[in-house]
Design a protein around this ligand. Structure first.
Ligand code: HEC
Length: 290
């Protein structure tokens, strides 16, 4: 009798325990592995996307729209020579000059002899003064505060300065080294997050950005995760200048998942992961999206 009662109890409790853990389920990881070691940390996928006309369309989706999988920000009505991103860039330059009046701000961001050149391509990075890995926007907020200015991560002005700093690395390949140490750990955490289902719709980032690449979601072609980071912050015609973290929040909101604040640890880990996947892609700002 006791045994039956125990079996009954188990049959009730076990499925419940399993169900309550369901949100932690991992999505299958992609088989297309980036190389992430040391100086060879360039992900190596750029060659597949460098020439939109010559894409290897076995990678995904509808051949005619393949270029959109990575160069979505060049979707019409994109006009490279003038769009809202250029105004944001002007604003960023003006703010940067004010902040750097005493030449401290650039140094705080990590600029060496080469000035701002190449700086964007090395973020996110470990900051000894912050005792953590930080994205460029988080460091901009921190360094602006040291100059007595509030430039909240995620705000238009913060992203405008980030855009200006990025513009000084235009055309240079992204190269964050996730080969070892804390950066490697962050990369692995980011990778795990990217593949973990969450939210009311029970979706992982990879449910769309790996498995549904090339398909349309309400008229929007789902992009690969490769190369995205190089054109952020991006000017969105629909609303504002959007940092990568705000894009994460948008995808979280779209899939009914609790969004996090820009600069949160989880988003920074995701940023490390996605930026490593963009290693080798040239920094391309200002860019515009619908
Ligand atoms: C329901 C499917 C879905 C899920 C889940 C999803 N996204 Fe997206 N994501 C999209 C769509 C659709 C777009 C817009 C595609 C476009 O227009 O470029 C997008 C755009 C993006 C972009 C911008 C791409 C670019 O080139 O500008 C990034 C970055 C991104 N998603 C990251 C994430 C991350 C990180 C997660 C998980 C936290 C996630 N997404 C979850 C569907 C999804």
């Amino acid at each position: 009798m006791k045994r039956i009662a125990l079996l009954l109890w188990l049959s009730l409790v076990l499925p419940l325990a399993a169900a309550s853990d369901a949100h932690r389920e991992y999505d299958a990881m992609e088989t297309y592995e980036p190389h992430v070691r040391g100086d060879q940390s360039l992900s190596g996928s750029y060659k597949h996307w460098a020439h939109p006309g010559k894409l290897d369309w076995r990678l995904a989706g509808n051949p005619e729209e393949n270029w959109k999988l990575n160069w979505k920000f060049m979707d019409p009505p994109f006009n490279a020579s003038v769009h809202g991103g250029h105004f944001a860039l002007d604003r960023g330059e003006q703010l940067f000059r004010e902040l750097n009046a005493k030449a401290r701000f650039a140094r705080c961001l990590g600029a060496g002899k080469a000035g701002l050149k190449g700086l964007r391509a090395r973020y996110p990075q470990y900051r000894a003064d912050l005792k953590r890995i930080a994205g460029l926007e988080e460091v901009i907020e921190y360094c602006a505060a040291r100059e007595g200015r509030v430039l909240q991560n995620g705000s238009y002005d913060n992203s405008a300065v980030s855009l200006y700093v990025a513009s000084q690395s235009n055309g240079m390949p992204m190269r964050v080294d996730v080969g070892k140490g804390v950066m490697r750990d962050a990369f692995e955490r980011g990778r795990k997050l990217f593949h973990t289902r969450a939210g009311k719709l029970h979706l992982a980032c990879s449910s769309c950005h790996t498995h549904k690449v090339g398909l349309q979601l309400r008229g929007s072609v789902i992009t690969t995760p490769y190369g995205d980071a190089v054109h952020y912050p991006v000017y969105r015609t629909r609303y504002f200048l959007q940092s990568l973290h705000l894009r994460f929040a948008e995808c979280n909101l779209d899939t009914r998942t609790q969004p996090l604040v820009p600069g949160s640890r989880a988003y920074t880990d995701l940023e490390v992961f996605m930026t490593a996947l963009s290693n080798g892609y040239p920094v391309t700002v200002p860019s515009e999206r619908d």
